[in-house]
Design a protein around this ligand. Structure first.
Ligand code: B1M
Length: 211
């Protein structure tokens, strides 16, 4: 079994979408348990991708492919995991703040969170504070992820947190921020709960915030 899981994890690492979907189906056909395939093969593979991305062994395109392979494997497993009512790691909503159209890093972080076992909901770009408030009401997430790529748009993060406070929702969620111009000091200054410099750290912190 370990050998089979290692082979799936390795194909995931290589971003081989078709092979991962086929091998996950094959593992199910031979009687393996969905949650074991998820933890032993897919999440294990994605953890390795995260580690190598952080240490500079892998770059954004490779991580994107690996995340797509993860998604292909998850698409096979998801209905069975839902049947067995296996809990996800938690729910995260994620969006780029008002005035900011950059979405590549958001897509990456969303995919990595998804790959890390979270239900990750992509809210999009150029989001008014009220869009985050509405999304918290609608989805009731554990974590709200906000990001900005411009020094001019990172200023919209604090008003977004204030809008959540005014709506009485601030204490029901953890807030994580990211994006190139953002720092840990800035996160502290605006009252966010966490700052992640990269997508792999975002997954680690989301796990800590929802533990
Ligand atoms: Co723009 N842009 N851009 N741009 N752009 C930058 C950001 C810039 C640094 C380029 C530069 O001048 N050197 C600069 C910002 C300067 C500043 O404010 N200090 C800039 C500018 C000025 C602009 C415009 C104003 C240009 C103009 O029109 N005059 C304009 C603004 C548009 C707007 O948003 N209103 C603009 C437009 C664009 C394009 C549309 C052309 C395009 C975006 C396409 C798209 O996203 N679909 C674009 C691009 C591609 C870039 C660069 C080249 C690349 C950004 C990127 O996707 N990086 C960028 C320069 C650069 O970074 N080298 C630049 C890859 C991505 C994976 O990284 O999003 O940082 P990133 O995500 C990282 C981490 O930050 C972290 O994880 C990811 C990786 O692990 N992370 C999180 C991200 N989100 C997170 C959330 C988390 C946690 C971690 O928790 C919630």
């Amino acid at each position: 079994m370990a050998d089979k899981f290692e082979r799936i994890a390795s194909k995931l690492y290589q971003g081989d979408i078709e092979a991962v979907a086929e091998m996950v189906q094959d593992a199910l056909d031979t009687g393996m348990v969905p949650s074991e395939i998820l933890n032993g093969a897919l999440l294990a593979g994605m953890d390795e991708v995260g580690r190598d991305f952080k240490s500079g062994v892998l770059f954004v395109p490779e991580v994107m492919f690996a995340a797509r392979a993860m998604k292909a494997g998850m698409d096979v497993l998801r209905p069975l995991l839902a049947e067995s009512d296996m809990a996800s790691s938690g729910k995260c909503i994620l969006g780029t703040v008002k005035g900011d159209l950059h979405d590549i890093g958001k897509n990456l972080v969303t995919m990595m969170l998804d790959g890390g076992g979270f239900e990750a909901i992509d809210l999009g770009i150029d989001l008014e504070p009220s869009a985050f408030v509405d999304a918290v009401r609608e989805h009731q997430p554990d974590v709200v992820g906000m990001r900005a790529l411009l020094t001019t748009t990172m200023t919209h993060m604090q008003p977004t947190i204030e809008a959540l406070e005014e709506a009485g929702l601030r204490d029901s969620v953890k807030i994580m921020i990211g994006g190139a111009p953002v720092t840990a000091d800035f996160a502290k200054q605006i009252g966010a709960d966490a700052y992640a410099p990269d997508a792999a750290t975002a997954v680690e912190l989301a796990r800590e915030l929802t533990a």
